[in-house]
Design a protein around this ligand. Structure first.
Ligand SMILES: O=C(O)C1=C[C@@H](OP(=O)(O)O)[C@@H](O)[C@H](O)C1
Ligand SMILES: C=C(OP(=O)(O)O)C(=O)O
Length: 437
């Protein structure tokens, strides 16, 4: 485990944000399901993207790295056959919920046993929505106790009527939307409770459409999925990641000025709402003609933030709230408890260690702002990339150093995070084992 000591410093400068992890997963899955070769350019590699690539291999889909046409990042040539088959009996999904939930229905097209393993919190993250479908269809599967990983699926999904809850994870909906068009018959998918993370369903539908898959829906609650469809190869670029930009836009608001490049101002990513939220709090985020977004230093005030459609930006917005004038209420955030860690508990515990005043509710947070700043101290990442990156941003407003243990977890989505943090003026030192802090 790596421990970092961050000496408080105001960050300043420009950063090219990684490409979208959510869109990257979707692109390489759709490319892998097409017959022929697709190029997906501008992929930011991370542990989660590696996990999805391992799944493609297990499903008999080939890929190779090729020179990028327009970015300095990875471009992948992905060779699919238009369908899936089990080419490896076990696949490790790492800690990636998206990977696991997108791949299970594809594994359940193969008609041969395929075992999904994972690590950390992924082992216990909810999968019941799929088990209910398998039970209804009589599809054979086994799990460790309590439905935990490893999960082995062994059977073929049947076309027809499907139901899913809308408030556990939209990743189940995306997973079925990838797989059901490949069945011979038509399917209808109904969402039986309030839909959260709807923007992620939009990302799925838009990627499917790019690859030639037609799905009609009635206001996101009923999806009509024609069977016998074929994915069509493509050449696509992945745009910048708004969830990652959020860290820098909060850091710019708390620091001097930070410009994020590589972003699409017309993005379908729900986390783009971070600009509206920061501006609503009194921040100063502007956008130029190229879509570069600049956050300038500003004094901010508390607001109500609805987490239903943007769960991933809540930890870093909690940091901004912690030093804003007045009170911030985070609502509809119960789902944050079933991510890489319990993010409501983690942000409450770790920010309060730094001197913040955060109160945890069952599905939200109340944050009493301390505009005078925080103290600093020793905190833990809870092995969650978004907690580690949020605590790094919190260091900007601390009087004393912030020591973060478990800082290596940023590998999950943003391996270059600490390099970028340093390039913007952050002062980081690795603390060796046994070294006093
Ligand atoms: O589909 C996706 O790419 C994601 C959906 C969201 O999860 P939920 O739908 O479980 O909220 C989000 O938190 C996750 O980081 C990525
Ligand atoms: C929750 C996240 O990812 P996943 O659900 O794919 O593990 C995340 O990246 O914050």
């Amino acid at each position: 485990m790596t421990t970092l000591k961050i000496t408080p410093a105001k960050l300043n400068g420009s950063v090219c944000v990684p490409s979208s992890k959510s869109m990257g997963h979707r692109e390489i899955i759709c490319a892998g399901l097409s017959a022929g070769t697709s190029i997906v350019d501008n992929i930011s590699m991370s542990d989660d993207m590696e996990a999805t690539l391992r799944c493609l291999t297990a499903l008999g889909i080939g890929f190779q790295k090729v020179p990028s046409e327009r970015s300095g990042r990875t471009a992948l040539a992905i060779n699919g056959s238009g369908n899936v088959r089990v080419s490896q009996s076990t696949v490790d999904c790492g800690e990636s919920g998206s990977t696991l939930r997108f791949m299970i229905p594809l594994g359940a097209l193969c008609g041969e046993p395929l075992t999904f393993t994972g690590h950390g919190k992924l082992v216990t993250r909810p999968l019941q929505a799929y088990y209910d479908i398998f039970d209804r269809q009589g599809l054979s599967y086994t799990t460790a106790s309590n439905g935990y990983l490893p999960l082995t699926v062994n059977g073929v999904l049947k076309s027809g009527d499907y139901e899913l809850p809308g408030n556990v994870s939209s990743q189940f909906i995306s997973g079925l939307l990838f797989a059901l068009p490949l069945l011979a018959g038509d399917s209808v998918l109904k969402i039986t409770s309030a839909l959260e993370s709807q923007s992620y369903v939009d990302l799925t539908l838009s990627c499917l459409a790019k690859y030639g898959i037609v799905i009609e829906h009635e206001n996101y609650y009923k999806y009509h999925i024609g069977g016998g469809q074929k994915y069509r190869c493509g050449r696509n670029m992945v745009e910048g990641d708004w969830s990652q930009a959020a860290f820098w836009l909060v850091a710019g608001t708390l620091g001097r000025q930070i410009t994020c490049t590589g972003l699409n101002r017309d993005s379908l990513q729900g986390d783009m709402v971070v600009t509206d939220i920061i501006n609503r709090m009194g921040g100063k985020i502007t956008c130029d003609a190229e879509g570069n977004h600049t956050a300038s230093s500003a004094s901010t005030n508390g607001v109500v933030i609805d987490a239903a459609d943007c769960p991933d930006i809540i930890p870093v917005l909690t940091v901004l709230a912690a030093v804003s004038e007045g009170t911030t209420e985070i609502i509809n955030a119960g789902r944050l408890r079933i991510k890489e860690c319990d993010r409501l508990a983690a942000m409450t515990s770790e920010l309060n260690k730094l001197g913040a005043a955060v109160t945890e509710l069952s599905d939200g947070l109340i944050i009493k702002g301390r505009p005078e700043g925080l103290q600093g101290g020793c905190v833990d990442s809870w092995n969650d990339h978004r907690i580690a990156m949020s605590l790094a941003v919190a260091s900007l407003v601390c009087k004393k150093a912030v020591i973060i243990s478990g800082s290596e977890c940023v590998q999950k989505s943003y391996p270059e995070f600490w390099q970028d943090f340093t390039a913007l003026g952050g002062m980081i030192k690795t603390v060796g084992t046994g070294e006093s802090i």
